[in-house]
Design a protein around this ligand. Structure first.
Ligand SMILES: *[C@@H]1O[C@H](CO)[C@@H](O)[C@H](O)[C@H]1NC(C)=O
Ligand SMILES: *[C@@H]1O[C@H](CO)[C@@H](O)[C@H](O)[C@H]1NC(C)=O
Ligand SMILES: *[C@@H]1O[C@H](CO)[C@@H](O)[C@H](O)[C@H]1NC(C)=O
Length: 822
């Protein structure tokens, strides 16, 4: 309750309008004024009850109340729309007929008059009546809004004023707004001011600074009080919103953030999340994050989510590259207040690196004679991972003659475990495998190519134990005889084979004049033509040598066999081929059919078939008288000789060998059918008509002397033979050359061993005139002796010599023939 003193004439109680006290009330308050507008003036409070008496007009005018009705007294409205009051004609009292609301009629005007006129007739009389309506405090102060909204920046200074809405009170005067009151609070006080027109208003004064972060809103009750009695009041709520100022920097929740990240984490993985808070509002409290100090390497790997503060992976995280990262993060609010924190990200190793095998050194190639245990290489194995992930085991595949020996740290030696042989395995692919102990383990392998270098440890080896070559005589010089091959498995020059002939002599002549060898191909060539009749075989040592240092060699025997060719015509030993000689056989007149008369002796220097001779009579004086043994060469009578037969018989005999093609020789045999040598002179007439008599007589002399000599010779032979059976050869050393005159000079046999056999045996048949005079010579000639003989000049094996020999010999043979005949 407001204990406000009011003016004494308007002092109204709360029950002032109660009907029971109506009269008392009127007596107190209705005041009659005289003068002014009218005759009568009353002052009445508003809101009087109906029927309430304002005043007694009759009495106040001094009129008789009874006379009023006679005079038709009435109240004229005089412009008022509404009547509000009525005249009681019986009593002359003016009574309220309608509620009077001053505020409705007069608003804020301070005076509110109602004017009437009292009209009386008989006589007409007018009296002005003025009703002055007095205000009563029937309206409370009223704020236009129940809530007054204020926004005050938190940085507002002490003493700042904020005007507030004014309250209204329809009542006027003292009943209007008298004061404003503010609910007690710690920040604000209130001052009440008056406008120039006296209207009161209030202002909020900041007594204590605001802090939005402490208290964001305040509600204060503002009350307006009027001056009525009792006073009335009205209130409104002041709603103060504290406006934020950027007075706080963002604060990180921790000074250091630690995060772990497995390497190779996927892009987008959150490594760590930082949070900073800023109690400010709006942009002032809007925190964004950024890296403030970051290495360029880390910058490639991480980003920070501006809003969420998540540090995310953007690149490949490699433990082997960096094991931890330190980054400074800054948090900033909308107006740039910032603070920072440290972020440490530890990277966790995963086994993502296979071991790497490095060959630090390699002795390549390895000589094949390297001792067992020789170190051929040094291997280093590296694994970039850490701890168990980098523990490495190293192995090598089986079945190579190498092994790995752990050495210092992660070094291994590759050593040989057995001897190497380039000729068996020339190179190795050694596969090294390294496995780490990670989970799952990673491994890698590397292949080392190791080759074995050659050492000259193999001599050339001939493909065959021995070689045989067959060459036919009269070969072309330079023709190839045979070819030898030796193999050497060594490499290049160590395996390059050169062939040569081991110097030796054949028949006293250096081998080189017979054979040569192609050093590269091993083809053996004849240097000259061979003569089977000279020697039949010989042996040669061929050496195969490699080109190593020192060289290795081996040798092989090549046996050269010369094969015969039919290159010698049969040679008639008897009778001599010479057409001019006296080769006349005496045939006894009494010779019977089948008796042996003569014999053709021929030899052939060739051998085998080539020396197999056959005889044939080609021409004869009396065909049918003589026949010749095809193989024996014996001339026999085919029938008994008769007297009628011509004394002189000529035969032409052909001797042919069996070679291909066959060679033949012919000779003439002169037969004289006679028992008496005295008939001989006819001989020359018979065959050699042209021979002069001088020659005949010389011949006879010669024959006599030679036959004497010959007889002595025969006796001597027989004697020596008896005495020296054991050394017949010696006997013939230096012996007479005559028989040999019938032999071909180079008639030699080469035996299998290659040594020239110095003896030559043949059976010769010498036929005398008698059937029984056949005797056999067994002759053994020493070739050398023969050569040494004075009779012949023979130095070499030249065919020309042979020819010489025949020429010389022919003369002697003539003599011999003559001798035999004698
Ligand atoms: C080693 O490997 C190479 C190339 O892969 C191959 O040509 C060669 O024949 C191999 N050698 C051996 C002995 O396996
Ligand atoms: C041949 O062998 C020798 C050792 O005997 C060696 O030094 C040389 O290198 C080898 N030559 C080749 C071509 O392999
Ligand atoms: C030929 O070889 C044999 C063994 O194969 C050897 O004893 C001999 O000395 C060699 N001869 C030469 C001249 O090398």
């Amino acid at each position: 309750m407001f204990g406000l003193p009011g003016p004494s004439n308007m002092n109204l109680g709360t029950d002032c309008f109660s009907a029971a006290n109506g009269l008392v009330w009127m007596a107190l308050f209705i005041t009659r004024f005289h003068g002014g507008y009218g005759d009568l003036s009353y002052s009445i409070p508003e809101e009087m009850k109906r029927g309430a008496v304002i005043g007694n007009i009759a009495k106040d005018l001094g009129l008789d109340a009874k006379g009023l009705s006679q005079r038709s007294a009435r109240i004229d409205l005089n412009g008022n729309r509404r009547r509000f009051c009525e005249l009681n004609i019986q009593t002359g009292e003016l009574v309220i007929s309608e509620r009077v609301d001053r505020e409705e009629m007069c608003g804020s005007k301070s005076s509110c008059p109602l004017k009437y006129e009292l009209v009386l007739e008989h006589p007409l009389e007018l009296h002005g009546i003025l009703l002055q309506i007095q205000d009563i405090n029937d309206n409370s102060p009223n704020f236009p809004n129940d809530e007054i909204k204020l926004s005050i920046p938190e940085l507002a200074v002490k003493g700042a004023r904020f005007s507030l809405d004014m309250a209204q009170d329809s009542d006027v005067g003292n009943n209007g707004i008298k004061n404003y009151l503010l609910e007690k609070n710690e920040h604000f006080s209130l001052t009440v001011q008056s406008n120039s027109d006296g209207v009161k208003y209030s202002e909020l004064v900041l007594d204590k600074e605001l802090d939005r972060e402490e208290q964001q809103e305040l509600s204060l009750l503002l009350t307006a009080v009027d001056g009525g009695s009792p006073p009335r009041s009205g209130s409104a709520t002041i709603h103060v919103t504290v406006l934020d100022a950027n007075d706080n920097r963002p604060i990180f929740s921790e000074p250091v953030y630690k995060g772990t990240l497995v390497e190779n984490a996927q892009i987008g993985t959150v490594a760590v999340r930082v949070t900073a808070t800023d109690p400010d509002e709006g942009a002032n409290g809007e925190v964004t994050y950024e890296f403030s100090l970051i290495t360029s390497k880390a910058a490639k790997l991480f980003t920070i989510d501006k809003m969420a503060g998540e540090v995310k992976v953007t690149g490949p995280i490699d433990f082997e590259d960096e094991t931890d990262y330190e980054i400074r993060v800054q948090a900033k609010d909308g107006f740039g207040l910032a603070s920072s924190a440290k972020v440490i990200i530890n990277i966790i190793d995963i086994n993502d690196n296979a071991p790497v095998i490095n060959v630090k050194s390699l002795k390549n190639p390895v000589p094949e004679n390297a001792a067992v245990g020789t170190e051929v290489g040094v291997i280093h194995v590296q694994d970039d991972d850490s701890d168990g992930n980098s523990q490495v085991r190293c192995s090598i595949q089986q079945n190579v003659p190498f092994k790995l020996m752990p050495s210092i740290k992660k070094y291994f030696s590759l050593v040989t475990t057995s001897e190497l042989d380039r000729e068996k395995i020339a190179d190795y692919n050694i596969t090294l495998t390294a496995t780490d102990e990670g989970n799952p383990p990673l491994s890698s392998s590397k292949t080392i190519h190791l080759s074995v270098s050659d050492v000259n440890d193999n001599p050339p080896v001939f493909e065959e134990q021995s070689y045989s070559a067959y060459v036919s005589e009269n070969n072309k010089p330079g023709s190839s005889v045979c070819s030898v091959t030796a193999r050497d498995p060594d490499w290049r020059q160590n395996g390059t084979v050169f062939y040569s002939l081991l110097p030796s002599e054949v028949n006293g002549v250096p081998l080189s004049s017979y054979l040569s060898i192609n050093g590269d191909t091993g083809v053996i060539h004849a240097v000259r033509a061979f003569d089977y009749e000279q020697f039949r075989s010989f042996k040669v040592q061929v050496v195969a040598r490699d080109n190593g240092s020192p060289p290795l060699s081996s040798n092989v025997t090549v046996s050269v066999f010369i094969t015969d060719e039919n290159d010698n015509s049969p040679q008639i030993l008897y009778p001599t081929l010479e057409g001019n000689s006296f080769m006349t056989e005496m045939v006894p007149k009494a010779a019977l059919s089948g008796s042996l008369l003569s014999k053709v002796i021929a030899v052939d220097a060739d051998s085998g078939q080539n020396a197999w001779l056959s005889y044939q009579i080609v021409k004869s004086t009396d065909p049918g008288l003589f026949a010749i043994g095809v193989h024996s060469g014996e001339i026999r009578a085919q029938r008994d000789i008769s007297e009628s037969d011509s004394m002189k018989q000529n035969l032409v005999i052909s001797v042919k060998d069996n070679g291909q093609p066959s060679l033949s020789t012919t000779c003439a045999v002169y037969l004289l059918i006679s028992d008496n040598l005295a008939e001989v002179p006819e001989l020359k007439d018979m065959s050699y008509e042209e021979n002069n008599s001088k020659l005949t007589s010389y011949l006879i002399i010669a024959l006599v002397s030679v036959s004497t000599f010959f007889l002595t010779f025969i006796i001597l032979i027989i004697a020596v033979r008896l005495c020296h059976r054991r050394k017949p050869r010696l006997l013939f050393d230096g012996a007479v050359a005559i028989p040999s005159a019938y032999l071909p000079p180079n008639y030699a046999d080469v035996d299998g061993t290659g040594t020239l056999r110095s003896t030559y045996n043949y059976d010769g048949y010498m036929t005398t005139g008698s059937h029984t005079s056949d005797f056999k010579f067994a002759r053994s000639y020493n070739e050398n002796t023969l050569l040494a003989g004075n009779t012949l000049q023979k130095n070499s094996r030249d065919n020309s010599d042979f020819l010489d020999f025949t020429d010389n010999g022919s003369k002697v043979s003539t003599l011999v023939n003559t001798l035999i005949l004698s």
